[in-house]
Design a binder for this molecule. Structure first.
Ligand code: MG
Ligand code: ZN
Length: 379
């Protein structure tokens, strides 16, 4: 090819640089600046493995669950620092602090060093925070988002972390750890002094739209749905918590919130091999997922992550011609253990930043990614 005179070459190069530069600028302009994650809704199904979710799908003839709206899915390894089969304390600690620990320990590594949970870091940064569970709010999973104790059975002590922390919204069971304590202290009085609204049924907080609220609906665990809990309890509690957190966060020094919602009793029924009871609990969590996803649709900057702490029961779905008491779907639901198993669990992510949750993860990765997205220190 004939060589172009030097002057013309330079001119063409300049024109090209201007054109390419212009296109690049244009493209950059057209990429919407990704809204930063401001709000995180973290739903944890205790014991909710893939077969548990599949069972719920089968029971509604494969009508999609709300969780299936998730834009990104991943898998999560659940083992703890001393066992390939975790308990909820070690798993809760991993999912809240980003550190593996020994089974039974809450919010600390095996060397007894406490590590802050993502909720505590969010609170410290000025975000509004909330905890919802149907077990006592001092039980392992919620405990890992508020306290630091060497053993999960230290529930009186875990309750005192609701005094030293300031969780904006707490809804769940377990009032006896606050007013029937070994030390005879009534923690509800202390919380009232701190400005909390204390309530013992959802009706009493119907008109509460902001401020600090603790609603404990049972002495101990709330009843399961099979034993009379409202079928929409978690969805209603999530709706109420989101209302309060949204309002509180607007008044805070940093706008945004972190909410953990636990489907606590999926695990309990799986331990007992009660399939229908377990599915009702999954559907309650799934209804809360719809509330969370809908909120994320209306509030850009909201990330929803759903996962489990471990699988419970070793549930498998096998072929069968038998007709079963609860279904004629020609499958048999078999359980291989009364305990937990070491299988991976699913992650469903939706909303701003959801794309970061596709792949295979350690359970400790989840709070670390969430912290990064919220602009918090991940350690
Ligand atoms: Mg739990
Ligand atoms: Zn369990």
């Amino acid at each position: 090819m004939k060589k172009l005179p030097k002057g013309l070459r330079i001119t063409i190069e300049c024109v090209l640089i201007v054109i390419i530069g212009g296109i690049a600028t244009n493209l950059v302009d057209r990429i919407p600046t990704e809204p930063k994650v401001k709000n995180i809704i973290y739903l944890i199904g205790d014991g909710m493995g893939l077969s548990h979710i599949t069972s719920a799908q089968i029971m509604q003839d494969y009508e999609p669950l709300n969780m299936e709206r998730a834009e990104y899915v991943g898998l999560c390894k659940t083992y703890s620092s001393n066992s390939l089969v975790t308990d909820s304390a070690a798993a809760g600690t991993a999912l809240s602090t980003g550190y593996k620990t020994k089974n039974g320990m809450i919010g600390m590594t095996p060397d007894s060093v406490a590590h802050p949970s993502i909720r505590e870091k969010a609170e410290l940064a000025g975000l509004a925070t909330g905890i919802i569970a149907t077990y006592p709010v001092t039980n392992a999973t919620p405990a890992a988002f508020v306290g630091h104790v060497p053993h999960r059975n230290m529930e009186d002590e875990i309750a005192t972390y609701y005094i030293s922390n300031e969780v904006d919204v707490v809804i769940g069971g377990g009032s006896r750890r606050f007013d029937q304590r070994a030390d005879s202290v009534n923690l509800f009085n202390t919380l009232r002094d701190k400005g909390y609204t204390i309530a013992f049924n959802m009706d009493d907080i119907k008109d509460v739209t902001s401020g600090k609220v603790m609603t404990l609906l049972n002495d101990d665990s709330m009843p399961t749905i099979e034993h009379g809990r409202d079928v929409n309890f978690l969805a209603d509690a999530t709706t109420k918590a989101l209302e309060i957190l949204t309002n509180n966060s607007r008044k805070n020094k940093k706008e945004g919130f972190f909410l953990m919602v636990e489907g606590s009793q999926i695990d309990g029924w799986a331990h007992k091999h009660n399939l229908s009871g377990m599915i009702e609990e999954i559907k309650d969590l799934d209804a809360a997922a719809k509330v969370a996803f809908d909120y994320a649709d209306k509030h850009p900057g909201t990330l929803v992550v759903i996962t489990a702490d471990h699988e419970t029961g070793g549930l498998t779905i096998v072929n069968s011609n038998r007709k079963f008491d609860i279904t004629d779907h020609k499958v048999d639901f078999q359980w291989s253990t009364g305990g937990h198993t070491g299988g991976m669990v699913p992650i469903f992510a939706y909303g701003t930043g959801a794309e970061h949750f596709t792949g295979v993860f350690e359970n400790t990765d989840l709070p670390r990614i969430m912290c990064r997205l919220l602009g918090l220190n991940e350690d």
